[in-house]
Write a protein that binds this ligand. Structure first.
Ligand SMILES: Nc1ncnc2c1ncn2[C@@H]1O[C@H](COP(=O)(O)OP(=O)(O)O)[C@@H](O)[C@H]1O
Ligand SMILES: [Mg+2]
Length: 308
């Protein structure tokens, strides 16, 4: 579904397909849990109030320091490490934990708004207007929220040009300003919407945007254990044993040829499908020698921004 052509499609949580996607994430439980707890604290003042009353006997003044923060997370890191996936399904985890309906509004700046001058600014401004009006009545008198929103601004690298401010095209600066106006407006009006900004280039993200973020979460390529856990799940039921998985996790690490490990998407979207197809073409079972052969001809993705 697309709302006025602004968002790619909206999604309502809880729903079972989002839960399945959440369950299929490997190695991110701690990160997701912390982000969910923080998001609920930022969006629903009654959550902090009941905690403070329970442990301090009153709502301590410092609670307002939390509630004054901008409900915005920045997800940063290389390509294929789970930023978009977590941003798209975190609403599911928030909905189940807070027992409240959550709606996702995904906006992609790479797919849109890079055409005519002024388009990105207009897009951002209209998106914030739309989401503010949708959630204007979601906050009840006592501060609790009857529903929550997640505004996902994916591929925000178009906004991440601060270091080159001097040379920055006037239009890009206008985009940053539209974003700042938008998130400040949500905060001032206490609209229960979490903004998530994903970028491959944290170092270039405008400092004014970084400063406002309630959390900056850097996502990394999977560790040995995380690669093993993902491969074990993805290759379940094949002839690949647990000890084979260990050696596949080692084979997908950084080495003399590739000074960087495989990303989550390298494993899930490239390697495993190719391993399965390779066995299928030969009409044989998926086994570790096929897996090793595929790894040897399927290098990991180069880190974002590294020279080719
Ligand atoms: N922690 C993870 N566990 C399992 N699969 C993952 C994990 N992180 C990412 N993936 C998979 O890798 C692919 C790319 O992830 P994505 O979130 O699009 O990366 P990006 O960081 O570039 O936004 C998706 O298919 C996603 O499901
Ligand atoms: Mg992404």
């Amino acid at each position: 579904m697309s709302i006025d052509g602004l968002f790619t499609r909206t999604e309502e949580f809880p729903n079972s397909s989002a839960q399945a996607r959440l369950n299929s994430l490997v190695g991110l439980d701690e990160i997701v849990d912390r982000l969910v707890v923080d998001a609920i604290a930022l969006l629903d003042s009654s959550a902090m109030a009941s905690w403070s009353t329970a442990v301090h006997g009153e709502i301590i003044p410092a609670v307002s320091a939390v509630l004054d923060r901008t409900p915005m997370f920045v997800f940063a890191g290389d390509v294929g490490v789970g930023k978009t996936e977590v941003a798209e399904v975190i609403g599911q985890a928030i909905a189940t934990r807070a027992h409240v309906d959550v709606s996702l509004y995904p906006l992609s700046l790479s797919a849109r708004g890079r055409g005519a001058v002024g388009e990105m600014t207009t897009l951002l401004t209209r998106a914030f207007e739309r989401i503010s009006s949708d959630f204007a009545c979601a906050r009840k008198q006592d501060g609790t929220a009857s529903s929550l929103g997640v505004l996902l601004i994916d591929e925000a690298d178009a906004l991440a040009q601060s270091r080159e401010l001097a040379q920055m095209h006037h239009e890009d600066r206008a985009g940053v300003n539209a974003l700042l106006r938008g998130i400040d407006g949500l905060r001032v009006d206490r609209i229960p919407v979490l903004t998530i900004l994903c970028t491959n280039r944290l170092d270039a993200l405008d400092p004014a945007v970084q400063r406002r973020a309630a959390a900056i979460q850097v996502f990394n390529r999977p560790s040995h254990e995380q690669r093993a856990a993902l491969l074990l799940r993805l290759l379940a039921g094949t002839e690949i044993s647990i000890s084979d998985v260990e050696s596949l996790a080692t084979a997908t690490a950084e080495n003399g040829v590739w000074p960087y490990a495989y990303t989550y998407s390298d494993l899930r979207q490239r390697l495993v499908p190719e391993i399965v197809l390779s066995a299928y073409r030969r009409g044989v079972a998926v086994n570790s020698s096929i897996a090793k052969e595929v790894i040897s001809r399927t290098p990991p993705t180069r880190p974002f921004g590294s020279a080719s």
